[in-house]
Write a protein that binds this ligand. Structure first.
Ligand code: NDP
Length: 483
């Protein structure tokens, strides 16, 4: 098999196999071909991973931040050097075009390792003077952290969770989505080559139940999940029952608002980036594109011209810029939503069909005349389906954009920057854009409000979610007491 990993799990610094677990086929989404097979973690494997992590934590947390940071920085350099190999693997794992993975996946993982590696030596507390007495604070690690990933960014998610966790002195057991088991294993291997002590970053495979068994283990102090809102609710509830820390990076149905003074081509580019990158399998996508009525038809004309120029095909061909869905199942879900859009009266402008062949391709799809009550305007589709909605006034579009349980992202295109800031200020979302869409630099906090999540990844904010503060009162004089 083309991409058979050395073994299913990576525990205590080495690959571990246990074929008594449920077999999971690794499928190349562009062809449907089975390219590898892993086995879900058995309870014994989960136990080994957690025990190894727990054992490694004291030593790792006891190292200086600078020493921890040096390992992460070295890993980031190695990932950059091996970018092509990692990108090809990411393309096999996810089906995303190599043109995309070469610049957005391993590179983003390397950015996170570099950024948090650089920060590890500067994680300090405060000194609070109280007359002659004083308080100092210490930022301490949480302990064993569990990372659970979605399928769309397997390398990036492993590092967006792993890098800040490890920088703070935590250890991690990471469970990738069962659809994309390959990339995190290579990340774990590279971290060990970079000098990470064994047991600090472990990978176990499995379906949701393996994730659930990790979340409910009393040794685990923190759970960071990237996944859908329904899974988030379950994982959050399980973590809450043991008062664990959580980060929840969940789904969205984000608004992208285009005012009539916007640069039309830039706005179209924003809408394309916010709907068709990774074949629409991006949590922060701006799938409700609100366009001011006076420019709506011009916007749609330009949009459809450009969408029709997408190069769809073999994702390993660097000329391809649009690939398949992750799985047959996801393709069917997306096609079901498209049927529903048509049935509920939306105007299909392009796409809407499965493409010929064994791969899981859905053509990039644009609906116009979408209304707020349609299913395609309300539910996260997680596929290449853009809904364009018209609007007249600023107040109206703000109210309609916010009328959703989600709150991950929002974007505004306008040449009037006062309006841009005014509107963004009123949109209920965690990661916002003015005259851009879907940028995710490691320096910027990333995460949602409302049902889209809790906590933030990336930036200095992530440190707060992988550490806790101890405060120490120091009295310099005598202690007074009542008796
Ligand atoms: P799912 O919610 O189906 O799964 C996410 C992960 O959770 C998978 O590894 C899954 O395992 C695991 N899981 C499922 N059930 C449980 C459980 N009870 N306890 C613990 N773990 C469990 O999401 P998808 O993989 O389908 O990914 C798509 C979703 O992820 C979309 O909603 C998308 O918006 C969201 N997402 C959010 C991002 C963000 O940063 N906000 C970024 C990327 C995606 P398995 O799949 O193996 O069953």
């Amino acid at each position: 098999m083309k991409k058979q990993p050395k073994a299913s799990h990576f525990i205590d610094g080495k690959y571990i196999e246990d074929d008594s677990g449920i077999p999971i086929d690794v499928v190349f989404p562009a062809t449907g071909e089975v390219i590898g097979r892993v086995f879900a973690a058995t309870p014994a494997i989960v136990e080994r991973a957690l025990a190894s992590a727990q054992l490694a934590q004291t030593h790792w947390a006891g190292m200086t931040g600078r020493d921890r940071g040096r390992v992460l920085t070295r890993a980031s350099e190695m990932i950059r050097e091996r970018n092509r190999e990692l990108s090809v693997l990411e393309t096999y794992d996810t089906g995303k075009p190599l043109q995309e993975t070469l610049v957005a996946d391993a590179t983003s993982a390397a950015d996170a390792l570099e950024y948090f590696g650089g920060m590890a030596g500067s994680l300090t507390g405060e000194h609070i003077k109280l007359g002659a007495d004083w308080v100092y604070t210490v930022r301490e690690p949480l302990g064993v952290c569990v990372g659970i990933g979605a399928w769309n960014y397997p390398t990036q998610i492993a590092c967006w969770k792993g890098a800040p966790a490890l920088a703070c002195g935590n250890v991690m057991v990471f469970k990738p989505s069962e659809r994309t088991p390959l990339c995190a294993l290579l990340v774990a291997e590279i971290l060990i080559e970079a000098g990470l002590p064994k047991g600090v970053f472990n990978v176990v495979q499995g379906l949701g139940e393996v994730g659930a068994s990790l979340v409910s283990d009393p040794r685990v102090a923190k759970v960071s999940l990237t996944g859908s809102v329904p899974t988030g609710r379950k994982v959050y509830a399980a973590a809450a029952s043991q008062m664990k820390h959580v980060t929840m990076e969940l789904g969205g149905k984000s608004p992208l608002v285009v005012f009539d003074d916007a640069d039309l081509d830039n706005a179209v580019s924003g809408a394309i980036n916010g709907n068709f990158y990774s074949s629409g399998q991006v949590c922060s996508n701006g799938t409700r594109v609100f366009v001011q009525n006076s420019i709506k038809e011009a916007f749609l004309k330009r949009l459809v011209e450009r969408v029709k120029s997408a190069v769809i095909g073999d994702p390993l061909d660097e000329a391809t810029n649009f690939g398949p869905m992750i799985s047959h199942e996801q393709m069917d879900i997306v096609l079901g939503y498209i049927d529903q859009g048509v049935a509920e009266g939306a105007r299909l402008l392009c796409g809407g069909t499965k493409l010929e062949g064994d791969g899981f391709f859905v053509a990039p799809t644009v609906f116009a005349d979408v209304t707020d009550d349609m299913t395609i305007a309300q539910e996260e589709i997680f596929g290449p389906v853009m809904s364009v909605l018209g609007f007249e006034t600023e107040d109206e579009v703000i109210a309609r954009a916010n009328a959703t349980e989600f709150g991950l992202s929002a974007g505004v295109f306008t040449r009037d920057l006062v309006r841009g800031h005014r509107v963004i200020g009123q949109l209920q979302a965690g990661s916002c854009f003015i005259n851009s869409y879907n940028d995710a630099p490691v320096e910027a906090p990333f995460g949602g409000v409302k049902s889209s999540g809790v906590g933030r990844e990336n930036s200095k904010e992530a440190i707060k979610h992988y550490s806790q503060v101890k405060s120490v009162f120091v009295r310099m004089g005598d202690v007074e007491s009542a008796f």
